[in-house]
Structure formats: structure tokens, C-alpha cells
Design a protein around this ligand. Structure first.
Ligand SMILES: NC(=O)c1ccc[n+]([C@@H]2O[C@H](COP(=O)([O-])OP(=O)(O)OC[C@H]3O[C@@H](n4cnc5c(N)ncnc54)[C@H](OP(=O)(O)O)[C@@H]3O)[C@@H](O)[C@H]2O)c1
Length: 249
């Protein structure tokens, strides 16, 4: 049975990707901080799930958890590097330093620790696949997006550069860049202000975590010689609002 390693498996995209792959007969290593959520996955899929309750920002914990994977979960052929977050949506100079640190430490540094620890395992496989979860925010700056947009631009460029480093390895790399999706993302961003978070999704259609998992399964099913470098997906209801021009008088 093939093994997938998914970060941020306790909620949103990560959880639905874990469920979708477990239903497709993958064993899943599920990493996140909230153990009770990972336990729910284990209750649903039993021995097929190996939970790792770790903060991706903690370098030592990430490397030691991956180093000590049980034999039956170490033949990993899919990495979904998904754990991440946005905090607040305000001008950069109003952002708390702690929030800047949390975004950079999770979306860039934690993301890199996981990739660095796992690529040696992926290289042992005949074919393997890395999905990095970026965002449309990596290409489309919006008001108050500053650090989050920057971290997701990093994910996009790193994904492309990584393909060069993986030459000859048969490891595919895809940056999946979603637009408006309903998960816990906005509740986290607005620090538990559910009303504010919910208002983003009012009277419109958005992508669900299940939709995203379906797209990932489609990519997994492509012939082994095709690499999709980037895929950007938005709900049909979402488009761009153009440049802002400051007017005087
Ligand atoms: N929803 C959207 O509109 C949207 C759009 C574009 C891109 N994205 C990206 O999609 C990815 C998944 O987000 P989501 O929408 O599924 O949001 P979500 O429902 O809030 O899920 C985020 C996941 O990341 C995990 N996580 C956060 N910090 C972590 C840390 N330090 N260590 C380990 N795990 C951590 C969380 O688990 P714990 O809290 O249990 O640790 C949770 O499982 C993120 O990278 C996000 O930037 C989301």
C-alpha cells in the first residue's frame, strides 16, 4: 500500500486530502498540532493513519518525527506540504511582530523543514509526488495581504526551483494555488471572529476542501511522464478587481 505524508491534516484541505487518499487505499502520515483531530482520522480509517502531533515550526520535532517513522509508513511516495495560515488583513506596519513571525515560521520555515526531511525518503521511490499548497495570493497582491502573499509567492518559486534540483529523480512537484475556499482558514486569520470569517463566504459560491482533494486525485492519476508545474483554481464567482488608483479632490 503506498504512503502519503500530509501536513495540516487536522482541518480543511489537509484533512480532506487525507480522507480522499485513505479511501483510495493509501496509508497516510497525518501531521498537525491538534492531536484530537488526528485521532478522529484514526478512528475513521484505523491503522491506515499514522498521526504525528507536531508543530511544523519546531525543526527538531519535525526531523525526529520523520526519522522515527515506523517501517510500514516510511515508503512515502506523496508529500502534501499544506500546513499554513494567514493572520490578520491589515497594513504591514500595523501587523503584530508575533503574527509576522508565525506566518514566516509556518508557511516558509516549517514548510522547508518538512520538505528537507522528506525528500531523501521520496528519492528512494521509483516515482514520487510533492504537492505544495500555495495560493492565488502568491501572484495577486491584495490589500492587507503583505506577508501572507509573500510567503505564498515563496511557495510558488520554491516549487519551480525544486523541480530543477530533482532532475532525474522521477519526483513530480506541483504548486497548487487555490483561491476562495471555505475551511477554517478565515477563522484562524481573524483570530476566532467567526462572524467576520463567515461574511467572506456569504451569498457566493466557494471551493470546498473536498473539491480541492478531488483536483489533487486527478493530478495523481495523470500519466507518470507529465508534471503539472502549477495549478491555480478559483470558484467561478471569483475574479480580479484591478488596480487601485488614488484620486485627489
Ligand atoms: N482556505 C483558503 O481560502 C486558502 C486559499 C489558498 C491557500 N490556502 C492554503 O491552504 C493551506 C491549508 O489551509 P486550509 O484552508 O485548509 O486552512 P485550515 O482549515 O485552517 O487548515 C490549516 C492546517 O494547517 C495546520 N497548521 C497550521 N499551523 C501549523 C503548525 N505550526 N504546525 C503544524 N500544522 C499547522 C492546522 O493544524 P493545527 O492547527 O491542528 O496544527 C490545519 O490542519 C494553507 O497553507 C493555506 O495558506 C488556503
Amino acid at each position: 500500500m503506498p504512503v502519503a505524508f500530509i501536513t495540516g491534516a487536522s482541518s480543511g484541505f489537509g484533512r480532506e486530502i487525507a480522507r480522499a487518499l485513505a479511501k483510495k487505499d493509501y496509508k497516510v502520515v497525518a501531521l498537525a498540532r491538534r492531536s484530537e483531530r488526528l485521532e478522529d482520522l484514526r478512528k475513521e480509517f484505523g491503522e491506515r493513519i499514522y498521526p504525528i502531533c507536531v508543530d511544523a515550526r519546531n525543526k527538531e520535532s519535525v526531523f525526529s518525527a520523520i526519522d522515527s517513522l515506523p517501517q510500514e509508513f516510511s515508503d512515502i511516495s506523496i508529500l502534501v506540504n499544506n500546513a499554513g495560515l494567514a493572520l490578520e488583513q491589515v497594513e504591514f506596519d500595523k501587523l503584530e511582530i508575533d503574527d509576522i513571525d508565525t506566518m514566516v515560521d509556518t508557511n516558509i520555515k516549517g514548510f522547508l523543514y518538512v520538505a528537507r526531511a522528506l525528500i531523501p525518503l521520496l528519492r528512494r521511490q521509483k516515482d514520487a509526488y510533492i504537492f505544495n499548497i500555495g495560493s492565488v495570493a502568491g501572484r495577486n497582491p491584495y490589500f492587507g495581504g503583505n506577508v501572507y502573499c509573500g510567503t505564498k509567492a515563496f511557495v510558488g518559486q520554491f516549487s519551480l526551483a525544486l523541480r530543477n534540483d530533482l532532475r532525474g529523480s522521477n519526483i513530480k512537484v506541483t504548486n497548487i494555488a487555490p483561491g476562495l475556499c471555505k475551511t477554517e482558514f478565515s477563522e484562524v486569520r481573524f483570530k476566532g471572529d467567526k462572524k467576520k470569517a463567515d461574511s467572506l463566504y456569504e451569498n457566493t459560491k466557494f471551493i470546498s476542501a473536498k473539491d480541492l482533494a478531488e483536483v489533487l486525485l486527478m493530478l495523481v492519476a495523470l500519466p507518470s511522464h507529465i508534471n503539472v508545474n502549477e495549478i491555480e483554481l478559483m470558484p467561478v464567482t471569483q475574479t480580479w478587481s484591478g488596480f487601485h488608483i488614488e484620486r485627489f479632490g
